[in-house]
Write a protein that binds this ligand. Sequence first.
Ligand SMILES: *Cc1c(COP(=O)(O)O)cnc(C)c1O
Length: 391
Amino acid sequence: MNQDLSFSHGETLEHLECSKCSEIYPHTVPQNVCNACGKPLLARYDLEQLTGIWTPDTLLSRPASLWRYAELLPISTPEDMVSLGETITPLVHAKRLGAEFGLTEVWVKDESRLPTGSFKARGLAMAVSKAKSLGLTDLAIPSAGNAATALSVYAAAAGITAHIFMPQDTPDFNKQTCQLAAANVTLIDGLITDAGRIVAERKEQEGWFDVSTLKEPYRVEGKKTMGFELAEQFNWELPDVIIYPTGGGTGIVGMWKGFAELEAIGWIGKKRPRFISVQSTGCAPIVKAWEEGATEATPWRDAHTVASGLRVPQAIGDFLILEAIRKSNGAAIAVTDKAIREAMQLLPTTEGLLTCPEGAATVAALEQLMANGMIEPSERVVLFNTGGYQS
Ligand SMILES: *Cc1c(COP(=O)(O)O)cnc(C)c1O
């Protein structure tokens, strides 16, 4: 497999733009959120310059890695790339699982193959690369677990110090891997939102740059490559439905953004998959907002679920998640922890694929969606197994 990342291309990133008020910021200095309204910033590229010049054929000679989409990534020189081998993840035709639900076109995007065993690697590869290119030395993150592990190893590889804040009851795998990579770990009595408050309070004095979900503009750029890969793997024809386990929402927001970019440069048409956002009934702020027809979510109290990646009581990008769901004609649904536990066996027994609880939640959601008639038997459905099984 060609993993040579040394191909170059011109600078295509233009600036950062506020997702709410459209204020513009340079990408050449570190910036968290919009100074004016506090909302997430999104990277904007010179899409016009790329149109007709950058074509899918160019990908053929490129590495089987998310870096192949370089023109739509925020890093323009190979020296700035901090890579641990972010392979294109398999898209598995889950025929036996599909048959269980009367579907022929169920596919699983298996993100467990990425470094650190979860798709958090995509976002942190991009954020750490950009941080390195901007000369940042200390990165701080509030995490529910997998983002902490990913930051720890990417920061270590870049010679950057990682400061981790996560709940005491974060899975052992995450605590141990952060320690192994010599990150500075603080376990807190609270949830990811409490960890986020601590980072916000201390970062200025400590000289840390905050790489929280969507308070840092480039993690979402890494996450959007899930959408690029999916489009390429289906030969630039998007599926009908994407079922996605939602915490902070970078995946949905990223893919939605990525699809718009692909359409703008003429690689795909107007069709979009319906985004089905899945949460746990123990922490379902997006589902509640969706059901109420709200454009923003209210913080969830007493959040608890076996799927730690979904234990996010409040997301700064809530309005962006809800917008993508609404504009795609999708929906948001909650599944119980009991259903998640039961679904943990469905992919292993039908397809031999081990899943994380968050991935299992998409299987539980599929069952519910079929029972409610929200998916037609002939439709093509993609489930995201966002990470591997960890005991
Ligand atoms: C973080 C995480 C999620 C939630 O992802 P978002 O894109 O932030 O909504 C889902 N699954 C796993 C395994 C995670 O680590």
